[in-house]
Design a binder for this molecule. Structure first.
Ligand SMILES: Nc1ncnc2c1ncn2[C@@H]1O[C@H](COP(=O)(O)OP(=O)(O)O)[C@@H](O)[C@H]1O
Ligand SMILES: [Mg+2]
Length: 332
């Protein structure tokens, strides 16, 4: 087997604190690998570093033999790396169809678009039934399928999944894990990050236990299920410290509507029309969020964000449409 992903000495810091310390692991092509760990262990930080959404302090990331440690996120998508982010981050006010379409933006071979769409709908038949429905009105499990389908539209060689079973009922968890298996059988290498250790270990060829930013144990998934460190709860899986998961029918957190109406002046000066610091903070946070989504979707940074002005936007119409959605959603 060849190495799909090789991570060596990965260290990621937030300010002075190293959230991930000298983490090394390998995923072979065609495998399902999992990183399990408690809330705050550093799972999302690792995935974001792999996608280029977090700077790496030290270490290297090699994908299919190519060093991608310092590539921008959208180039990594072109290299065949796709992420299903934590919390799904769908566009709740767009239809299932449109959400899937967005996943194909990084691709240049638009002729194959239709074939890939059919393929994704075959993989997740439920999405065919829900094709024209707004993503925000789907159940949590269905939303997860849309998020996976969207990632598959980029035709990844490797799929990264950040806690896809979070907040889902046990039967739905099984459906989602089953979908992960099906994607893997299509020849896509999977790196699954989970707090729900047992479900992940059951389907994983290779597993790593992450504790406080360090890998403390590794082995075959089924072997680790019976390992005393995993059995004796190294973390309490019955309590999710973030409280209950998302309401299955609530609009997804990426619903492009939050903070609408907040275009009003926030603690600004009503007479001069100057906007207050809260407005500017919200705007900066919105811009950061939109940039993250562009990275995940392989769109690259917007010309605005890069400090450039394009005299005329020559990108395909579908690119421009999603830019519009991101701008609308993140308008303070
Ligand atoms: N943007 C951030 N700024 C500062 N600290 C962060 C940030 N994101 C995460 N952390 C911290 O890094 C550690 C790992 O977080 P994270 O990777 O989200 O863990 P997990 O995904 O395993 O729950 C935690 O202690 C968390 O508080
Ligand atoms: Mg996380």
């Amino acid at each position: 087997m060849s190495k799909a992903l090789e991570v060596s000495g990965l260290t990621v810091v937030y300010g002075q604190i190293a959230a991930v310390r000298e983490v090394s692991f390998t995923v072979e092509a065609g495998e399902i690998a999992t990183i399990i760990g408690a809330n705050g262990a550093g799972k999302t930080t690792i995935l974001n570093a792999l996608c280029g959404l977090r700077d790496v302090r030290a270490g290297t990331v090699t994908l299919g033999g190519d060093d991608i440690t310092h590539l921008p996120p959208h180039e990594r998508v072109r290299h065949g790396l796709s992420q299903v982010p934590e919390g799904r981050r769908l566009f709740g006010r767009m239809s299932v169809a449109e959400n899937l379409e967005i996943g194909a933006y990084a691709r240049s071979d638009h002729a194959a678009f239709r074939a890939d769409l059919d393929h994704v709908l075959e993989l997740f038949p439920r999405l065919k039934e829900r094709y024209r429905q707004l993503a925000g009105t789907l159940s949590g499990g269905e939303q997860q399928m849309v998020a996976m389908g969207r990632a598959m539209m980029a035709r990844p060689r490797m799929l990264l999944l950040d806690e896809p079973t979070m907040g889902l009922a046990p039967q739905i968890v099984d459906l989602v894990l089953d979908a992960v298996r099906r994607v893997n059988r299509e020849g896509v290498t999977v790196l699954l990050v989970e707090q729900n250790a047992y479900g992940a270990l059951e389907i994983a060829d290779r597993a790593f236990v992450l504790e406080s930013g360090e890998i403390t144990l590794s082995g075959h998934g089924l072997d680790l299920i019976n390992h005393e460190r995993v059995r004796a709860p190294i973390w309490d899986m019955t309590h999710d410290h973030r409280g209950p998961g998302p309401d299955p029918v609530a609009p997804s957190p990426a619903d492009p509507s939050p903070a609408r109406g907040a275009g009003r002046l926030s603690r600004g000066d009503a007479r001069t029309g100057r906007r207050g610091h809260r407005h500017h903070r919200a705007r900066a946070a919105g811009a950061a969020r939109a940039d993250r989504d562009r990275g995940v979707l392989g769109l690259g940074r917007s010309a605005d964000a890069a400090g450039l002005r394009q005299p005329r936007d020559r990108r395909p119409r579908r690119h421009r449409r999603v830019e519009g959605v991101l701008r609308e959603r993140d308008r303070p």
